[in-house]
Ligand binder design. Structure first.
Ligand code: FAD
Ligand code: NAD
Length: 471
């Protein structure tokens, strides 16, 4: 039973999930508010995640390329210098123009932006501790929790964001550390290792599993990625556990335990990045006041329509189930509003792409080989290497391959895995194919422009259903 409410929908959290949902609700003509406590919209992604990390990845790649990869292209360059302050400024400018852009979109779509920390007083009322001081209360007929996630701490290593950093500190280091150790070889670990290694740091990645890349990445592709990144100068210690760390001295010392057979050692670093995953964030949200509970991984529990056990309170983005990705959060923002306004919504969780923005990039959508094997699916594989692609050859960027996994009988695409210079853009085509239930023959019979890297995508599809032409 709903009582008199000030707003049709109140969003708690102005990250990608919350701000996209709020705009969608505004477009539907609803009275909508979005509460955000960090003083800027866009959440982790715009402020300290996707956007600043991609700015640094792009510019550090350019710097590294100018240093090491121009001679063979017929370009002689002298006196290349790093201006880290300017690189950070460029990053900050990208961030601030985007966050201001979201604020403008709020105005355009009549979303009330409430700057403060929201906490449930009761099932319809949220108390807001305003950033500028004071308190207010707002009521929502519907409330959508979109409070995101935070970095998982490493027990015994206190984060100071200077010597022991999360990704937030790692995107804002004032100077290039001489030695950096990254705990966790997932996406954050490898992206940040790339940035600082390119800028001159000696980087070691310690990963307790036998492979890098985090969950979802196909094993064959992960192996290639590790090999290529090692060639770029990043050291890897896989099958290795960090036992404990000590940051009491000048730098940081880490005690490592190698898997069976290996020897234990202590390594030191000027900066240690803790990148062992992220966990849902609900601190100070007052869920205990309305009887909502977290599961064993601290996620808020929801049904298929994002509803908690209190049906007018929904949850989207990193703070609930599913991959912690900005585009997944964004899709859920739209779908949750559509459930409220129309009674139906749509997110295909089987077709959410992942991209690691290293160089080369790694991108995938759908299932990997290990997942298909464990599900007992009879599948076939087709690959095409970029060494055989004409555009990759002219670009002098021939590392990597495109790999299709398809149902052995029906030829329906089940997964696409790419490592290559433009993988992150190319995976959009793969996602569309998967979404439309395409077969590899459908892709193989689609004309692709020449000369483009995308021809490798087509040829990998050809290799899956019959034969590639150029390999
Ligand atoms: P968030 O973006 O975390 O937003 C939640 C917001 O809620 C925050 O701004 C927080 O301040 C606010 N909040 C929390 N509690 C309250 C409260 N009680 N009251 C008011 N406000 C509150 N994903 C990708 O898809 N691509 C990438 O390239 C990528 N790169 C990343 C790089 C890094 C370094 C990191 C850390 C993450 C990256 N991610 C990337 C993941 C992506 O940032 C998240 O999946 C995405 O931000 C989730 O959106 P969200 O809205 O659920 O949560
Ligand atoms: P992750 O889960 O991708 O990787 C964490 C890695 O740390 C895993 O490989 C795990 O085996 C390892 N690990 C865990 N505990 C360890 C320990 N004690 N010692 C050594 N290794 C350990 O997490 P992440 O890289 O921290 O990223 C967090 C989230 O942010 C992910 O969900 C990711 O999808 C998202 N993100 C996405 C992008 C992108 O899309 N490009 C970029 C950055 C972050």
């Amino acid at each position: 039973a709903s009582e008199a409410s000030d707003y049709d929908i109140v969003f708690i959290g102005g990250g990608v999930a919350g701000y996209v949902g709020a705009i969608k609700a505004g477009q539907a003509g609803l009275k909508v508010a979005c509460i955000e406590k960090r003083g800027a919209l866009g959440g982790t992604c715009l402020n300290v995640g996707c956007i600043p990390s991609k700015s640094l990845l792009n510019n550090s790649h350019l710097y590294h390329q100018i240093l090491h990869d121009t001679k063979k292209r017929g370009i002689d360059v002298n006196d290349v210098k790093l201006n880290l302050t300017q690189m950070m400024k460029a990053k900050d400018e990208s961030v601030s123009s985007l966050t201001k852009g979201v604020e403008f979109l709020f105005k355009k779509n009549n979303v009330d932006y409430v700057k403060g920390t929201g906490s449930f007083k009761d099932e319809h009322t949220i108390k807001v501790n305003l950033i500028d001081g004071g308190e207010t209360e707002i009521k929502g007929k519907n409330i959508i929790i979109a409070t995101g996630s935070e970095s998982t701490p490493f027990p015994g290593l206190e984060i100071d964001e200077k010597k022991v950093v999360t990704s937030t500190g790692a995107i804002a280091l004032p100077e290039v550390p001489k030695k950096m150790v990254v705990i966790g070889g997932g996406i954050i670990g490898l992206e940040m290792a790339s940035v600082w290694s390119r800028l001159g740091s000696q980087v070691t990645v310690v990963e307790f599993l036998g492979a890098v890349g985090g969950p979802g990445m196909d094993a064959e592709i992960a192996k290639q990625a590790q090999k290529i990144l090692a060639k770029q100068g990043i050291k890897f210690k896989t099958n290795t556990k960090v036992l404990k760390g000590d940051a009491s001295g000048d730098g940081v010392k880490l005690d490592l335990e190698a898997a069976k057979g290996g020897k234990n050692e202590t390594i030191d670093a000027d900066v240690v990045l803790v990148a062992i995953g992220r966990r849902p964030y609900t601190e100070g949200l007052g869920i205990e006041n309305i009887g909502l509970e977290l599961d064993e991984r601290k996620r808020l529990v929801i049904d298929q329509e994002y509803r908690t056990k209190i049906p007018h309170i929904r949850v989207i983005g990193d703070v609930t189930f599913g991959p912690m990705l900005a585009h997944k959060a964004e899709e859920e923002g739209v779908a949750a509003v559509e459930y409220i306004t129309k009674g139906y919504g749509h997110v295909n969780y089987g077709a959410i792409p992942s991209v690691m923005y290293t160089h080369p990039e790694v991108a995938w959508v759908g299932q990997n080989e290990a997942e298909l094997k464990s599900a007992g699916v009879n599948y076939k594989v087709g690959t095409f290497p970029f060494t055989a692609n004409s555009r990759a050859k002219t670009n002098l960027e021939t590392e990597g391959l495109v790999k299709f996994l398809a149902d052995a009988e029906t030829d329906r695409i089940l997964g696409i895995h790419i490592i290559g210079a433009n993988a992150g853009e190319m995976i959009a085509e793969g996602t569309l194919a998967l979404e439309y239930g395409a077969s590899t023959e459908d892709v193989a019979r689609t004309c692709h422009a020449h000369p483009t890297l995308a021809e490798a995508f087509k040829e990998a599809a050809m290799a899956t259903y019959s034969h590639a032409i150029h390999f």
